[in-house]
Design a protein around this ligand. Structure first.
Ligand code: PSU
Ligand code: MN
Length: 296
């Protein structure tokens, strides 16, 4: 079996205690060193402080690990050449016995295998603005795999209206946590209306549970806006995103390299403001996800 649980996660699941899955692409490809390792440790600590067990997911030597040791987190955060693993990559990476960081889609697959229902990330992937044929594998995964994903919306580098339309067609509920709008990752509002608003993490959990209790499979998006004090003004971030997308097109950046390239470019163009915002929303999402896992 090429999936394995850490002893801590295994015990928590066996005892029916709440567990929160955490992804590793944000560690290996989404944030610069050494902020990536600090953030990974911080998210685990927040989940623990809230009373749930964190399960960071990655692939080491071809083995899918659900729950990492601190040494493993350190390795992942500081090693070059770690694969970015989405659904299509599981077979090749297992056969090659390589190391990989899981995306939202990849993390959902491993969480579902382990029986973990809630997962915290920064922002889900979606339909890209520059090239609309570039649709993140996160979207079809949300349609098929029964895990609730807590995020601050889709990354603002994306085409947010097209991403929401995709989710609607695929039947994925998008639940706004104390908001009627789809949050825009670095800022709290996008102007895009959501139909499902939850007043609390308990209500968001109830909406997801009701879906699954009715026999409807597939995931859900729980969208928590970035905390107000960390949000960036829309005009500052929009200008940086436009320039980042133009740079990606000019340099011919393609495929799975697009998202890491844009995130790094936006961080550079905002003088690190976007990085600060990204870390604040990730920490907030860890707390929200722990509350949802406890309520479930
Ligand atoms: N959110 C972040 N930082 C990230 C990502 C999301 O704040 O690095 C990652 C997630 O792992 C997501 C991936 O699944 O980007 C999407 O990549 P792509 O667009 O290539 O599907
Ligand atoms: Mn893509």
């Amino acid at each position: 079996m090429s999936f394995s649980l850490s002893p801590e996660v295994s015990l928590a699941l066996a005892a029916g205690r709440p567990v929160v899955a955490l992804e590793s692409t944000v560690i290996a490809h989404g944030l610069p060193r050494p902020r990536n390792l600090e953030l990974a440790r911080r998210m685990e600590a927040i989940v623990r402080d809230c009373g749930a067990t964190p399960a960071t997911i990655a692939i080491l030597g071809g083995q899918v690990k659900v729950g990492l040791t601190d040494d493993e987190l350190h390795y992942l955060a500081n090693t070059d050449g770690v694969w970015k693993v989405s659904r299509r990559d599981f077979g090749p990476i297992a056969a090659r016995k390589a190391d990989g960081a899981t995306t939202v889609a990849g993390t959902m697959i491993a969480a579902a295998w382990a029986g973990i229902k809630v997962f915290a990330t920064g922002g889900i992937g979606g339909v890209h603005r520059g090239d609309r044929t570039d649709v993140s594998a996160d979207l079809p995964e949300l349609a098929r795999t029964s895990v609730a994903v807590v995020c601050a919306g889709a990354k603002a580098i994306l085409d947010l209206p097209a991403t929401l339309e995709w989710l609607e067609t695929a039947g994925v509920p998008v639940i706004g946590l104390q908001t009627d709008e789809f949050p825009a990752f670095y800022s709290r509002s996008s102007g895009l209306r959501l139909e499902a608003r939850a007043e609390s993490t308990a209500e968001a959990a109830a909406m997801v549970k009701a879906k699954w209790d009715m026999g409807l499979t597939g995931g859900a998006v729980i969208a928590a806006p970035i905390p107000a004090e960390a949000a960036l003004p829309a005009d500052e971030i929009d200008a940086a995103i436009d320039r980042a997308i133009a740079a990606a097109e000019a340099q011919g950046v393609k495929g799975k390299a697009v998202t890491p390239f844009l995130l790094a470019k936006v961080a550079e163009l905002t003088g690190g403001h976007s990085l600060k915002a990204n870390i604040a929303l990730l920490e907030n999402n860890a707390r929200v996800a722990a509350e949802v896992a406890i309520a479930l």
